[in-house]
Design a binder for this molecule. Structure first.
Ligand SMILES: [Zn+2]
Length: 134
């Protein structure tokens, strides 16, 4: 697994993009459904603000579309092993299934990716907590 300091670490572990120590979500498990959309206001370790302005995560929606495509295509691929033809309904079913199964992971990962685009790792942040908008 990738170590601290890499953006992939922060995304995969759902950690604060600045110090890589604090959690991003109340329930910081990729497959946890409970409180799945509850993001913390700021990092409990370095005080980095997670939502500097309203609507900050609007763009994360587009990332989540991309993330949904992966599991959907995988399920469609599986269906094609068992069926001669692919119908629109099968495709819709695959989309729905992947949304239901991977909703928490997609929601959290898209936000983690989004915030990592704008905020970079600061190795001193954990020792030097300071409220920061960006
Ligand atoms: Zn932090």
């Amino acid at each position: 697994m990738l170590g601290k300091g890499s953006k992939l670490y922060s995304i995969a572990k759902l950690k604060c993009p600045r110090c890589h120590e604090g959690d991003l979500f109340e329930n910081n498990s990729l497959l946890g459904y409970s409180k799945m959309s509850k993001m913390l206001d700021h990092c409990p370790v370095c005080q980095q603000v997670y939502e500097p302005e309203p609507g900050y995560y609007y763009g994360a929606m587009f990332i989540s579309y991309g993330l949904t495509a992966g599991p959907t295509l995988a399920i469609v691929g599986l269906m094609m092993l068992f069926s001669e033809e692919l119908t629109l309904w099968m495709f819709m079913g695959a989309l729905l299934l992947s949304l239901v199964l991977f909703m928490p992971a997609i929601f959290k990962l898209s936000r983690a990716i989004w915030i990592n685009i704008f905020i970079s790792y600061d190795p001193l942040a954990a020792q030097n907590p300071q409220a920061r908008g960006h």
